[in-house]
Design a protein around this ligand. Structure first.
Ligand code: FDP
Length: 345
């Protein structure tokens, strides 16, 4: 019979999990552990706001003053400020950068600068906010390159290969935090009753057999021949393999999360729709590299069509990149089609 009594000895909070991971690194100082825990707090605070999302209509519109006398902000602006405020005074970071800010975010002079660098996309999938569809926060943590004092732009422009940890929070039917510090990918679900993230998905591996592909098919007319042929392949049009199902939420975190658990590929290829963005829409530092790191840690892979996203040296904070992330076999197939049809190799 199904045993409904929970086994409390098996409940692992995110704090316990991070601490246990730290124990396997005797040289660890605990700063990264604290930083990851700060990000779990970020998740709880943003989740409490996103679940009130629709109430903005009642409590006041963007720019107006709400009943508590506070200015009502758009959720993405609010999330951006919250992450900055929760992290600028802890002494753990040398510098930050956000998808929402043009330049690097320095640590205020009156606080100690730390040894890590935090890059984040405060609210990914923000075009879905108004429709009660899952959205997320992505984070990437590097060790600073500069020796001391205030961190700088160069500290932020590091290859994904140098990531120390990365992860995301997904605000969906439940709130989850999924992260890796280089020893596999682990997922935690927020138990709203106790206000804690509990380990629900230990050591996630992307299934070998892919199930879904995710792409904005509406842009097909703007794709290169290689991309079109690759998507035909995913649909099974060549008759060699059975086609995959298409799922596209349009919130990268949610699309990535589903494919991580079910197996598949998310792609946002280069397209000719907007000449201003020849490399597609997604950003290497805030979206591509951290999710590529998680994919690799779960047995998957990533590419910009030629090479792993983790091997690209970023030249600017907001650099965009074509992006293919998911099951290794499919990412390699994408590269193959692009090599043959677009690069003529
Ligand atoms: P959004 O602009 O809503 O923040 O980060 C960009 C992103 O969402 C991804 O989360 C999402 O997958 C993609 O853009 C959706 O773009 P399209 O509407 O062009 O498909």
């Amino acid at each position: 019979m199904f045993n409904q009594t929970p086994d409390h000895t098996k409940i692992i909070t995110i704090e316990r999990h991070i601490l246990e991971e730290q124990r396997s690194y005797p040289e660890a100082t605990g700063v990264l552990t604290q930083l990851l825990y700060d990000l779990a707090l970020v998740g709880k605070v943003i989740a409490s706001q996103t679940t009130r999302g629709g109430l903005a209509e009642i409590l006041g519109r963007e720019g107006s003053i709400n009943i508590q006398g506070e200015e009502v902000m758009k959720l993405d602006v609010l999330a951006d400020r919250m992450i900055k405020r929760l992290n600028d005074h802890t002494g753990r970071l040398a510098v930050m950068a956000s998808e929402e800010q043009e330049d690097i975010i320095p640590i205020p002079e009156n606080y100690k600068a730390g040894k890590y660098v935090l890059l984040y996309d405060p609210l990914d999938g923000s075009s879905n906010i108004d429709y009660n569809v899952s959205i997320g926060t992505i984070f990437a943590i590097y060790r600073r390159k500069s020796k001391e004092g205030a961190g700088n732009l160069e500290d932020c422009l590091q290859k994904g290969r140098h990531l120390v940890a990365a992860g995301y929070l997904i605000y969906g039917a439940s709130t989850m935090l999924v992260y890796s510090s280089g020893t596999g990918v682990h997922g935690f679900t927020l138990d709203p009753g106790v206000g804690e993230f509990l380990l629900t998905h230990a050591n996630i591996r992307m299934p070998e057999k892919p199930k879904y592909y995710s792409v904005n098919q509406g842009y097909e007319q703007y794709w290169s021949t290689g991309v079109k042929r690759f998507v035909d392949y995913l649909q099974g049009k060549d008759g060699v393999k059975k086609g995959l199902s298409l799922r596209y939420i349009g919130s990268m975190v949610a699309d990535f999360h589903r494919n991580l658990l079910a197996g598949g590929i998310y792609l946002y290829p280069a397209n000719t729709k907007d000449p201003k963005y020849p490399h597609g829409k997604l950003r290497l530092l805030y979206e591509g590299a951290p999710l590529a790191f998680l994919a690799e840690q779960a047995g998957g892979a990533s590419s910009d069509g030629r090479q792993s996203l983790l091997d690209i040296q970023p030249r600017g904070l907001h650099q965009r990149t074509p992006l293919y992330i998911g099951s290794r076999e499919l990412v390699e197939k994408a590269e193959e089609f692009i090599r043959e049809y677009d690069l003529g190799e």
